[in-house]
Design a protein around this ligand. Structure first.
Ligand code: NAP
Length: 332
């Protein structure tokens, strides 16, 4: 299989255009974790040529980074491009934005220890913190880059104006917004900005939290603290609309390209611009379809047909806004 790659400024290794997302591996908000399966899926990704592994301290409050660190021990570190994040803190069961220089200097050491490495390939600000000037955050991150602890810098959930502020102080290589064929607000602003300024966009939720993998139906139940229990797309009356759209997209993908809806969803993200599709998986078998996403393209007509299917079935579209963590001032 030939995996498509893309260059990220500041990194010498070409990066796979599918990245393994490890939020669910942390367990928190996904109904728990299975360490053995998690290590196996990370190694399966790396053995398949997917070198980008996206994690964050807040995923399982350290658990995801620790599991990534264990998976990369024993000779896997050199194969991996580790993307992790900074600037969300957790306290008394709550998660808050905090991108103060002091928080960042503390977090980077915790992250390096958990990941069992002495450098982070891509370090991303997880959410903008309105209490800290973006220039201050960018300056401390640039210090870490110059010190060699971090190789490239990114942001996540930032607007173009916020990225402008960051870029005035430090080189910005990537942005990480929500993006999939149901959630495409960034077509209006962030994606054109990325194209204009040479940033790579790491699209999160490329499978729309599993919906676009094609195995969720009206009867699917989610266990424990799984966030999909409160995701408005997974609640009626919307669930029926989204599930019907996925079935129609699957039929379209099969008829037109002989592919699954999952491959269509990933291809859709990859054919929209300088993107990487983050694919959240927590069991090796969930990566079985990786090769199906490469070696073909969507044309204009296919994009239009996909739009028509989405418009036909989704009468009450809703975005991923429910996932945004509170600001500290609002949370106190
Ligand atoms: P996602 O990739 O859209 O969906 C992940 C879920 O899809 C999996 O947990 C799995 O659900 C299901 N799935 C995956 N492969 C499958 C397959 N072959 N067959 C059936 N189901 C399959 O959602 P995501 O994990 O939220 O997003 C991906 C990554 O983006 C995250 O892991 C994280 O790294 C990043 N992210 C970043 C932010 C941010 O603010 N920067 C926010 C969200 C996510 P089950 O395991 O339950 O079956």
């Amino acid at each position: 299989m030939t995996i498509e790659t893309i260059a990220i400024e500041g990194l010498t290794t070409p990066v796979s255009r599918i990245g393994l997302g490890t939020w669910a591996i942390g367990g928190w908000m996904w109904g728990g974790t299975d360490e053995k399966a998690s290590i196996a899926v990370i190694r399966r990704a790396l053995d398949s040529g997917v070198n980008l592994v996206d994690t964050a301290p807040v995923y399982g409050f350290g658990v995801s980074e620790e599991i990534v660190g264990k998976a990369l021990a024993d000779g896997y570190r050199h194969k991996a491009v580790i993307a992790t994040k900074v600037a969300l803190e957790w306290r008394d069961g709550g998660v808050f934005r905090n991108s103060s220089p002091a928080r960042i200097r503390q977090e980077v050491e915790d992250t390096l220890r958990r990941l069992r490495t002495d450098y982070i390939d891509l370090y991303q600000v997880h959410w903008p913190d309105p209490l800290v000037p973006i220039e201050e955050t960018a300056a401390v991150l640039d210090d870490l880059r110059r010190a060699g602890k971090v190789r490239a810098l990114g942001v996540s959930n930032f607007s173009p104006a916020q990225m402008d502020a960051f870029r005035r102080v430090a080189p910005l290589a990537t942005t990480q917004p929500p993006y999939n064929l149901f959630e495409r607000d960034i077509d209006q602003d962030v994606l054109p900005y990325a194209k204009q300024h040479g940033l790579v966009a790491l699209a999160y939720g490329a499978l729309c939290r599993g919906l676009l993998a094609g195995r969720i139906d009206a009867g699917t139940r989610f266990e424990g603290d799984d966030l999909r229990q409160r995701d408005p797309k997974f609640r009626e009356p919307r669930r029926e609309q989204y599930v019907a759209a996925v079935a129609a997209l699957n039929a379209f993908a099969r008829d037109r390209f002989d592919k699954s809806v999952l491959a269509l969803a990933v291809r859709w993200v990859l054919d929209r611009g300088p993107t990487i599709a983050l694919w959240g998986a927590r069991r090796p078998a969930q990566l079985d379809g990786i090769e199906e996403a490469f070696g073909w393209h969507l044309d204009e007509q296919a994009f239009e047909q996909i739009d028509a299917i989405v418009a036909h079935f989704i009468k009450d579209p809703v975005g991923p806004e429910f996932m945004a963590p509170p600001q500290r001032a609002l949370a106190a």
